[in-house]
Write a protein that binds this ligand. Structure first.
Ligand SMILES: Nc1nc2c(ncn2[C@@H]2O[C@H](COP(=O)(O)OP(=O)(O)OP(=O)(O)O)[C@@H](O)[C@H]2O)c(=O)[nH]1
Ligand SMILES: [Mg+2]
Length: 336
């Protein structure tokens, strides 16, 4: 039997005909599709790969409205192309930087905001929050009320930024609803728009995330995804490197310091990842089969590795990195 009923966890159209297809449920009376049911109750994750064309169509629908949009991004993984979504929708937008809890306490919010402001993208306001620790959620709600142009407020962003988690937090804090959106550590959890009335004046609309094909999360095993995703406050790890020394992170990336004065490399990555330092890079060829990229680092820049985190390098120098060819890397003025 097919119908118009949607899963309340991920927004997919429910169907009870084909177990191999999206939206399957044993009984059409259920609220959740089988995939959401298993994620919620057993933590069993099933990865679905979505094409961004569908997502861009959803964004264009949002763009046809005059409603306020919350653009959620993961602080550790501020996208290389943060303006990408902005270029599709011109609505009033608040930039919400989520997952402050995993960022080292030493990092000043003002510095983060300044970095984003320097990108010259038009946001009504930039707000730092932690959904996990309930940090700044009250303030965010105040600002939503201030900027909203109708009842409807859309929540957009790249996949895994914490959009559904944020909406769940707002439901829990400010409504008497029991609906819970599906959240998971893997990308592409939400599959379609899901509307939730928080109260008579506010309806939040969850959307699937834009897939960042350059993110490491899309190129490693589900076990490694869990390891890469920081759950606790990151303890920055600093290595003093001389020329011809090297850093290796798991079997994910190798960074050879090939030219420059003695230098300081500070890693902002999940505490669960193992890091090895080579005192002489010529003695070990590990990971050299991967794709090589050379960067001329300027004074006080970060090397950002999409999905993994970033490395602050204090002095100028030349580095060679070896990494999966599909993972994006870029340099920027240091965030810290
Ligand atoms: N440490 C930390 N983790 C968070 C926070 N908010 C969300 N997460 C985690 O981030 C992961 C992704 O959360 P979701 O809410 O599923 O993300 P999403 O943006 O809805 O993802 P898609 O539906 O795939 O687009 C989950 O493992 C969450 O537990 C936060 O404030 N701090
Ligand atoms: Mg989601």
């Amino acid at each position: 039997m097919s119908n118009e009923k949607r899963c309340t966890g991920c927004g997919v159209l429910l169907q009870d005909e084909n177990i191999l297809q999206e939206g399957y449920t044993t009984n059409i009376e259920n609220d959740l599709c089988q995939r959401c049911f298993r994620m919620k109750n057993y933590g069993e994750y099933q990865v679905i790969t979505k094409s961004n064309d569908e997502y861009i169509d959803i964004l264009k629908e949002v763009g046809k409205t005059k409603d306020l949009v919350l653009y959620i991004t993961d602080l550790l993984n501020i996208e290389k192309n943060i303006e990408q979504i902005r270029s599709i929708i011109k609505n009033k937008m608040i930039l919400v930087l989520n997952k402050m809890d995993v960022f080292p306490k030493s990092v000043k919010e003002s510095k983060l905001k300044m970095y984003l402001a320097s990108k010259d993208i038009n946001f009504e306001e930039i707000i730092v929050i932690s959904t996990e620790k309930n940090y700044n959620i009250d303030y965010l709600l105040k600002r939503i009320k201030y900027f909203q142009t109708s009842k409807n407020v859309y929540v957009v962003g790249h996949t895994n930024a914490g959009k559904s988690s944020l909406i769940n937090k707002l439901i829990k804090n400010y409504s008497d609803k029991s609906q819970e959106l599906t959240m998971s550590p893997l990308p592409s959890t939400t599959l379609n728009m899901v509307s939730i009335d928080i109260n008579n004046y506010l309806t939040l609309i969850d959307t699937p995330g834009l897939v960042d094909y350059g993110s490491m999360l899309n190129h490693v095993s589900p076990e490694m995804v869990k390891k890469i995703s920081a759950k606790k406050e990151i303890k920055p790890r600093t290595y003093q490197l001389r020329k011809n020394q090297s850093i290796i992170i798991e079997d994910l990336v190798r960074i050879d310091y090939v030219e420059g004065e003695k230098n300081s490399f500070t890693l902002f990555i999940s505490n669960d990842l193992k890091v090895k330092r080579l005192l002489n890079l010529f003695n070990n060829d590990a990971l050299k089969e991967k794709n090589k990229i050379t960067y001329e680092m300027k004074y006080d820049e970060d090397l950002a590795i999409s999905g993994l985190g970033f490395i602050k390098i204090v002095n100028k120098g030349t580095i060679n990195i070896y990494i999966d060819k599909d993972v994006d890397t870029f340099t920027r003025k240091s965030l810290i």
